[in-house]
Design a protein around this ligand. Structure first.
Ligand code: G3P
Length: 225
């Protein structure tokens, strides 16, 4: 399973990259705004800065909601770096744009996916990635993980090559559930990723090992011991 980080924060991207487990980055207009990135030129520059940190795929989302507008934006986005994957919303013009762009060899990430039917359309159109939002489904009392299971089943039935990129991942247990369900990629915050590191028994065990090492060293170094 690939690990993507879902942020536009360069510090967080750098930290995940330095951990050695980062396979890519996803962003969206809200995440860019959160970092105070606004205005066309600044947004483009920020995507370039992200691509300079990681070697993996970087999803850059279009703002337009029309077929022509999306193609125009896609053309500019892919010029930033070959790592760029054009993120396109699951709307009618979005499906048309994904179909067209995949025919041109442009990689796409179909976002805002909340149902198996939407995921089926994204795959039919040739999306490179499909982004089901599991946390937002959980927020409305619908089990987001059921959607991942459904999409996995559908894609496997027909050998669709579209990769399931689980998004709106809120905590480490989402990541584990996605790994168990066979999601191809999970995108999450740095805190959800680093939370996977933690276990109290690891901390207790390490403290014990170090204390025993020090005790043994003290005994060995004692004269006439
Ligand atoms: O990048 C899209 C998705 O991950 C958003 O997550 O937490 O805003 O629902 P969230």
């Amino acid at each position: 399973m690939k690990f993507f980080i879902d942020t536009a924060n360069l510090g967080h991207i750098r930290e995940a990259h330095e951990l050695g487990i980062l396979d890519g980055v996803t962003t969206n207009p809200s995440l860019m705004a959160k970092e105070g990135i606004s205005g066309h030129e600044n947004v483009i520059r920020h995507y370039k800065a992200i691509c300079d940190i990681t070697d993996g795929d970087v999803s850059a989302e279009v703002i337009s909601t029309t077929f022509e507008g999306m193609l125009q934006e896609a053309e500019e986005l892919v010029k930033i770096d070959e790592q760029i994957v054009v993120k396109i919303p699951m709307i009618k013009d979005g499906v048309k744009a994904i179909k067209y762009l995949s025919g041109q060899g442009v990689r796409t990430n179909c976002t805002l996916v909340f149902s198996p039917g939407q995921a089926l359309l994204a795959a039919k159109a040739g999306a490179t990635y499909v982004s089901p939002f599991i946390g937002r489904l959980d927020d409305v009392s619908t089990d987001g993980m059921v959607l991942i299971d459904d999409i996995r089943l559908i894609y496997d039935n027909y050998d669709f090559k579209t990769q399931i990129l689980a998004a709106s991942v809120r905590h480490p247990m989402h990541i584990i559930a996605c790994a168990k369900s066979g999601a191809d990629v999970v995108t999450s915050s740095l805190s959800a990723i680093t939370a996977l590191l933690k276990h109290p028994l690891t901390d207790i065990g390490l403290a014990q090992f170090l204390a025993d090492y020090e005790r043994a060293a003290a005994t060995t170094n004692k004269p006439n011991a």
